[in-house]
Design a protein around this ligand. Structure first.
Ligand SMILES: [Zn+2]
Length: 371
């Protein structure tokens, strides 16, 4: 297939699609989608950004291409990780503007957590981790993993930040005591008991979930096959990519993912690797809605820094957000540090993850074309 080969060959040698802030990223995304003649639909979340700008989730889709085969690309579920996901979306749109768009329908969900994106947080306007919020019908927004309550004081101190911060020492002691896999599971699997804490899954569906509940079926109407890549950063070896699957795979879904992306790229929830069993993931929720005969969802996760460093940054920002002075030099500094942890400014990292992402997207398009 000549067209697929053209798409597969696309790479970039500059990381100019990374934006400096949410407002710029949003503007560039909308402009690029407009240039391709895509339909745009902004959804305000009723909050303002640091410069008083309206915060929106922006959805754009192509009107041409086979509606039976749909590629979904989403960014910014984890707010600050949107700098990377948005760069991938923009790079794709810009490439397609010059090389021609793929022959499948595309639906791009930009900045799904615009509050976290603009205010440099992983969490949303209610401190909810959106990727712990997508519980299925009948599941309760209650409970915490074994060990979280014990670690709560270390993770979520309830006092103003001070200079003396022995977090690293205490974290190393906790690793020595519990082991890294158990600790990771306790901390990051998702909790519903500590509303100001890290990895809080909320008390009910977030705006993001409600929006997808209302509109996703419409955006995907007529789809037989869907491939949905949801871009994330902060887990795994620096710039290494894994496609994380948080739902049980059918035999044919596993075969398609393996054929299209390579067996080594996939990490299913029943295998050992960098991930852990989290509650309330977006992928399992999307797949459970049966919006297409085959809905393949993968969280495309790219590593940045080591797990303790990332956790320390999340903890420090969350602590400052709730207990520090808003807008103070130290709070601003910690938020900038969080951005660096999830979207390193290093040019080699940026180019590397961008080109791997472009390859993933073209593999998804090629796969859809075969389906
Ligand atoms: Zn993430």
């Amino acid at each position: 297939m000549l067209f697929a080969r053209i798409v597969s060959g696309a790479t970039v040698n500059k990381s100019t699609s990374f934006s400096s802030d949410y407002a710029t990223a949003r503007l560039r995304f909308r402009h690029a989608a407009n240039c391709l003649g895509w339909t745009l639909e902004p959804h305000s979340i009723g909050c303002l950004g640091p410069n008083g700008e309206d915060l929106t989730i922006d959805v754009a889709w192509s009107e041409n291409g086979s509606p039976e085969r749909t590629l979904v690309i989403s960014s910014g579920v984890h707010g600050v990780e949107g700098f990377f996901g948005s760069a991938v979306q923009l790079a794709m749109l810009e490439q397609w503007a010059t090389r021609g768009a793929p022959s499948v329908r595309c639906v791009f969900l930009h900045g799904l957590n615009p509050y976290g994106f603009s205010w440099l947080r992983r969490f949303d306007e209610n401190n909810v981790d959106p990727n712990r919020n997508f519980l299925l019908e009948g599941e309760q927004y209650q409970g915490a993993p074994v060990g979280y309550a014990e670690l709560n004081g270390l993770l979520n101190p309830r006092r103003p930040p001070s200079r003396w911060n022995p977090f690293f020492i205490k974290a190393l002691l906790a690793i020595a005591r519990h082991g890294m896999p158990a600790l990771r599971q306790s901390i990051a699997a998702g909790q519903y008991e500590f509303p100001q804490g890290l990895f809080f899954g909320g008390a009910g569906p977030t705006q993001m979930q409600q929006l997808l509940h209302r509109h996703l079926a419409r955006w995907l109407r007529g789809s037989r096959s869907v491939v949905h890549l949801d871009f994330h950063t902060g887990l795994g070896r620096s710039s290494a990519c894994k496609l994380l699957i948080d739902y049980p795979l059918t035999t044919s879904a596993r075969a398609h993912l393996t054929d299209w992306f390579g067996a080594d790229s996939i990490e299913a929830c029943d295998s050992d690797g960098i991930s852990y069993d989290a509650r309330g993931g977006l992928g399992r929720w999307c797949v459970s809605r049966r919006l297409a005969s085959e809905y393949l969802f993968a969280c495309a996760e790219f590593g940045t820094f080591g797990p303790i460093k990332v956790l320390a940054g999340l903890r420090a920002e969350n602590h400052a957000h709730h207990w520090g002075a808003p807008g103070s030099a130290s709070t601003v500094h910690l938020k900038q540090e969080l951005k660096e942890l999830f979207c390193p400014s290093d040019e080699r990292w940026r180019l590397n993850v961008l080109n791997q992402s472009l390859r993933l997207v073209s593999q998804a398009v090629d796969g859809l074309n075969q389906s």
